[in-house]
Write a protein that binds this ligand. Structure first.
Ligand code: AMP
Ligand code: TRP
Length: 326
């Protein structure tokens, strides 16, 4: 059976782009592959975090992922730092990746330009990500386009390790969803909806009050030609509404456009579709939130399942590289 793994950072609230572009695909994957999903709390530490907020965000993200449909009875859902093998293999990865390779990572360049404090871990981040992936003999990694370069690096490191020390790791493939699953900011529809854009009116949080979501969609930026067609280049605002409506109702954006002649009804229907999508998620989230001990129990089961796979692969890597067995 194909093995799938992906990870998501517990920084900032989950937004509609994360849900429609990533998490919804994982919900499908879990039924088709042996799937591992990981809340990467150690990656979040590459920028300074408030300890209490990090703990809350990690638990909340795990609960949200379950509320969105990841079923701990079907997939393996766990917190990265609960499986010690991640940090240990990350060191072996740091010893296998070159300084020059890490220096070429565009995410490091972007983030380090913006950050006031640039940790060494922000630079070695891709080595930990490679460890996350390689520890599970992963075949396929569903990630957004922004992670393509990190995936290429993971492949290069796996191939180098295998050729230096003998066949140890499965070389993974990236699975990058086609465009269309990209959700844009409602106020600046040429930019991706994102936590970092700092555009609260343009971003739909999965946990936002439903009334606020309706307002944000009704105030979404469109254009003045009054025509409804899917054309992201010249009509970014309208096209974004169409792709959100399409994604929430299981159609293509072109199909979603049929029958509309005015922006008002398009916005109203898009808002209704988003509300219909998020209502059961919010309800389930509230139930989970009322019982944090149950989530902790589910995450402990996930960590045990993950560790039993990861420890075996880590043992293989330790042996291959020449660490003395104890
Ligand atoms: P991030 O929020 O950047 O940590 O991304 C978590 C996951 O959500 C990644 O797989 C991203 O590719 C995906 N993602 C983030 N923003 C969007 C967006 N606006 N549209 C679609 N997918 C997104
Ligand atoms: N770097 C990824 C991101 O920012 C998160 C991540 C960490 C990840 N480890 C991973 C994604 C392993 C896929 C597989 O989105």
């Amino acid at each position: 059976m194909t093995r799938v793994l992906s990870g998501i950072q517990p920084s900032g609230a989950l937004h509609l782009g994360n849900l429609l572009g990533a998490v919804r695909n994982w919900v499908v994957d879990q039924h088709e592959a042996d799937s591992f999903f990981c809340v990467v709390d150690l990656h979040a530490l590459t920028s300074v975090q408030d300890p209490a907020a990090l703990r809350d965000n990690t638990l909340q993200l795990a609960q949200l992922l379950i509320a969105c449909g990841l079923d701990p009875a079907v997939c393996t859902l766990f917190v990265q730092s609960h499986v010690r093998a991640h940090t240990e293999l990350a060191w072996l990865m740091e010893c296998t990746v070159s300084f020059g390779e890490l220096r070429r990572m565009t995410q490091f360049k972007d983030k380090s330009d913006k950050a006031e404090f640039v940790s060494a871990a922000l630079f070695t981040y891709p080595a930990l990500m490679a460890a996350d992936i390689l520890l599970y003999d992963t075949d396929r990694v569903p990630v957004g386009d922004d992670q393509r370069q990190h995936l290429e690096l993971t492949r290069d490191v796996a191939i180098r390790f295998n050729s230096r020390y003998g066949d140890t790791f499965v070389v993974p493939e990236a699975a990058i969803p086609k465009a269309g699953a990209r959700v844009m900011d409602l106020q600046q529809p040429s930019n991706k909806m994102s936590k970092s854009l700092d555009s609260p009116q343009g971003t739909i949080g999965v946990l936002d009050p439903l009334k606020d979501i309706e307002k944000k969609i009704k105030r979404a930026v469109t254009d003045t030609d009054g025509e409804i067609r899917y054309d992201p280049a010249t009509k970014p605002g309208v096209s974004n509404l169409l792709s959100i409506l399409a994604a929430c109702t299981g159609r293509t954006p072109e199909q979603a456009a049929e029958g509309y002649t005015q922006y008002g009804p398009l916005k109203a229907d898009t808002a209704a579709a988003v509300v219909d999508t998020l209502t059961p998620i919010q309800r389930r989230f509230e139930e989970l939130r009322a019982d944090p001990a149950e989530t902790a129990r589910l995450l402990a089961v996930g960590a045990d399942k993950a560790a039993s796979v990861a420890d075996e692969v880590l043992g293989r890597a330790r042996n291959a590289i020449g660490l003395l067995p104890r």
